[in-house]
Design a protein around this ligand. Structure first.
Ligand code: ZN
Length: 373
């Protein structure tokens, strides 16, 4: 959501968040400020930021390709103002796989950094490093020859920062993978999350004391990332081994594509169901969502056939699908309910409410829903 697709590499769409131009603007202002040729400085800032993000894409690709190697699935890579995120489904389960996958990114950044540093030493006199650092700290005149040392240093920084042993940094995953060899996965995660939150507090405090807005932003990013990872693992631990067939609704209200929309509106008013599978001869041909009903009523009135306003493309799950996987897919798709289908035959409906109910039940009384592995 809120992002544009740039390119697809190895089947992985690389997207850029709509706030990304703001970073370019920030870079232009930051580098242009105090320069004799403001335009030149601004251009340097934009070019260096674009190149830096190219390096970030390589970092995320390294994680992603290794994840695919281990049987994971990468949905997309998104470039955010503060870096990149590779969104994955089915992460590798074995600790050593997670360890290698987590290390792949920082190692890539480190290799790029060292490579560019060597190239700088090879191409320019050594004094370019001191000149470059001086120009950064006192916004002295910039030169295009600073491009290489700048990228070298930021890539090395990227490698180092990401190796901090705290969630959501790659180092947090490394820490968890190591901890997970001696304790249960959930405990290992909880510990790595705590470390991440503590680090975020320290960064935030440092940011406040030095009045560094960027540092405060990074602290917030780290804190929310760590917390999110904690929730995700709680959810995964709770839902692990549960199947769709244990929690879905077997007898939801269904509608026919030729029914008038008013019929669905009546069903919505009568019961608690707000999303309807549209079925024809035992097969689901569409989903009628609450928004679809409301918009249809407003634009066409209650007489229009449901076929005209239903969603013909929708997510489908099977009765033996893993509940955590399904939960992830549903929350990514934004759907409120998905039809459960086996061999093309419609079985029932799985709603977000069903998932929440299952989560509450297993956390309160695990024996209620037996797990299978
Ligand atoms: Zn990474």
């Amino acid at each position: 959501m809120g992002s544009l697709k740039l390119i697809t590499i190895q089947g992985i769409p690389v997207r850029v968040h709509i706030t990304f131009p703001l970073v370019l603007l920030w870079a232009a202002v930051q580098f242009g400020r105090g320069q004799t040729h403001v335009g030149q400085g601004a251009l340097f800032g934009v070019v260096v930021t674009l190149l830096l993000f190219l390096c970030v894409v390589l970092h995320e690709l390294a994680h992603s390709l290794l994840a695919i190697q281990f049987g994971g699935r990468v949905i997309e890579i998104t470039l955010l103002p503060l870096g990149g995120v590779a969104q994955m489904e089915r992460l590798p389960e074995r600790p050593y796989q997670e360890l290698l996958m987590a290390l792949a990114g920082p190692v890539t950044s480190g290799v790029i950094g060292v490579g560019l540093a060597l190239l700088t030493v090879f191409l320019f006199p050594l004094r370019i490093w001191t000149d470059f650092l001086r120009s950064l700290s006192s916004s002295g005149p910039l030169s295009w020859s600073y491009l290489l040392p700048y990228l070298a240093i930021t890539n090395l920084f990227l490698a180092g920062f990401n190796l901090l042993p705290a969630f959501p940094m790659d180092g947090g995953r490394v820490l968890r993978a190591i901890l997970a060899t001696v304790m249960p996965y959930g405990r290992a995660t909880a510990l790595a999350v705590r470390v991440g939150q503590a680090l975020a507090w320290m960064l935030g405090l440092l940011g406040l004391l030095s009045r560094d807005v960027l540092l405060i932003l990074v602290a917030l990013f780290v804190y929310s990332g760590a917390t999110q990872e904690g929730h995700l693992v709680q959810l995964r631990t709770a839902l692990a081994g549960l199947r769709v067939r244990q929690v879905y609704s077997h007898s939801p209200q269904v509608v026919h594509p030729e029914d008038p929309l008013g019929h669905a509106a009546d069903l919505m008013l009568e019961g608690f169901q707000s999303d309807f599978p549209v079925c024809e001869e035992g097969r689901v041909v569409g989903m009628l969502t609450r928004t679809g009903v409301l918009r249809g009523l407003k634009e066409h009135g209650p007489q229009i056939a449901i076929r005209q306003v239903m969603e013909p493309e929708f997510l489908v799950v099977g009765p033996d699908d893993d509940l955590f996987d399904v939960q992830q897919r549903i929350s990514e798709s934004g759907a409120e309910a998905v039809p459960v289908v086996d061999g093309g035959i419609f079985l029932g409906l799985l709603t977000r409410q069903d998932l929440e109910e299952a989560y509450r039940l297993v956390t309160a009384y695990p024996a209620l829903l037996p797990r299978r592995r």
